[in-house]
Design a protein around this ligand. Structure first.
Ligand code: SAH
Ligand code: SF4
Length: 379
């Protein structure tokens, strides 16, 4: 039997594992706290666990973190880590400190199968799902390495957003235990309101999330009508806007917040006119309690798209706000280290030629461009 990675287990899973070893449930709680609250890397550190249990664990279990390939620290305090997940794949996490909170942006997949036009991860195509252990290892590493660095035993990360690489609701089975570990009082103890799943709109899985683990929900809308959304977010062809909005409304029955956050990436001349704003208002006003978060597009060469001018973003925001819809414009953080939304590219290996298929505009198709140290400069 190959050793299991204990980072793969939520508390229930760990209790079941301990039971198989003939251990009581409270042992699982102790072990879980050592791993997630204290950041233990070694069973011998776990001084209040019976020596016999530590011995059993040595042979049967591991605590396998992710290998860090690189760390970039931005002048604004944002930190981006690139983690090796094997097979030539890498994923990224971004730490964003603010005055009143500290957020970790976590990846759920290597690559992404949804293939949104404006997203660098989407242009890579899909490599594979991350395991629960690989999702939680991003938080485990960030939390405990930051505590060491800042010389504190206090909790650092207060919020998690599943807005890194990948579509979390297309990796549902690994996502749920990872969310449970984040929320567990014996784990990271994060409030449901401070853990956000962001989705491009996998309707059936939104329905399941509502039942299995309701957390805050952000939905990547990006367009006010199906014709345009079909182009920008191909998943719309399967789950069109009307179904998506119905699922949003339904989700709110169990959600920890009483609104859905709609993300809207502002693309110059594509989805940013006054008419688009008016269509959006007609779509949601009085129908779905929501807030809008306008994200200035972070360009990358293969997209063939451009960022909306800042006065256009402001005018668009004003139209929504004047219609009574709470609207914010996302600050870009970590610009100097390519840590902004949609720039997370990991090791860009466009095995599936997704980028080529997606680029229909007459721009020079450049699948991977590497600078001298081998990092992709396109993402
Ligand atoms: N797959 C999920 C979560 C990851 S993407 C989703 O799509 O919601 C996180 C957010 O970044 C999404 O709102 C996405 O639309 C946005 N995004 C992707 N590429 C971007 C880019 N190039 N510029 C700005 N935002 C981008
Ligand atoms: Fe995937 Fe989200 Fe990027 Fe779309 S925006 S390709 S769903 S990661």
């Amino acid at each position: 039997m190959s050793a299991v990675n204990l980072l793969d287990f939520d508390l229930e899973g760990l209790a079941a594992f301990c039971e198989k070893l003939g251990e009581k449930r409270f042992r699982a709680t102790q072990l879980f706290r050592w791993i997630h609250q204290k950041g233990a890397t070694d069973f011998e550190q776990m001084s209040d666990l019976a020596k016999s249990l530590r011995g059993k664990l040595q042979g049967l279990a591991t605590l396998t973190p992710l290998k860090v390939i690189s760390e970039h620290v931005s002048s604004d305090g944002t930190i981006k880590w690139l983690f090796d997940v094997g097979g030539g794949n890498a994923v990224e996490s971004v730490y964003i400190p603010e005055d009143d909170r500290a957020t970790l942006c976590v990846s759920s997949q290597a690559g992404c199968a949804v293939g949104c036009r404006f997203c660098s991860t989407g242009h890579q195509g899909f490599s594979r799902n991350l395991t629960t252990g690989e999702i939680i290892a991003q938080l485990w590493f960030a939390e405990h390495s930051l505590r060491k660095r800042l010389g504190t035993s206090e909790r650092i990360i207060s919020n998690v957003v599943m807005m890194g690489m990948g579509e979390p609701l297309q990796n549902y089975n690994a996502l749920i235990p990872a969310l449970k570990i984040m929320l567990d009082d014996h784990g990271y103890g994060l409030s449901r309101r401070r853990v956000t799943v962001s989705t491009s709109g996998v309707v059936p899985m939104m329905e399941r999330l509502k039942v299995d683990c309701p957390v805050a929900l952000a939905v990547s809308l990006h367009a006010p009508n199906d014709a345009l959304r079909d182009e920008l977010v191909p998943l719309n062809r399967k789950y069109p806007i009307a179904e998506l909005l119905a699922a949003c409304k339904d989700y709110l029955e169990a959600a920890p917040r009483d609104f859905i956050t709609f993300e809207y990436c502002m693309l110059d001349g594509v989805n940013d006119t006054d008419e688009h704003a008016r269509q959006l208002i007609a779509l949601v006003k009085g129908k779905v309690p929501c807030k809008f978060n306008l994200i200035p597009f972070n360009p990358f060469p293969q997209s063939g798209l451009h960022r909306s001018k800042s006065d256009r973003v402001q005018a668009f925001a004003r139209l929504l706000a004047d219609a009574g819809i709470v609207t914010t414009v996302r600050k870009t953080r970590g610009d100097d280290i390519d840590a902004a939304c949609g720039q997370l590219a990991g090791e860009v290996q466009d095995r599936t030629n997704a980028s080529q298929r997606m680029t229909r505009q007459p721009v020079a198709v450049q699948i991977v461009r590497r600078d001298t140290d081998g990092r992709s400069t396109t993402g």
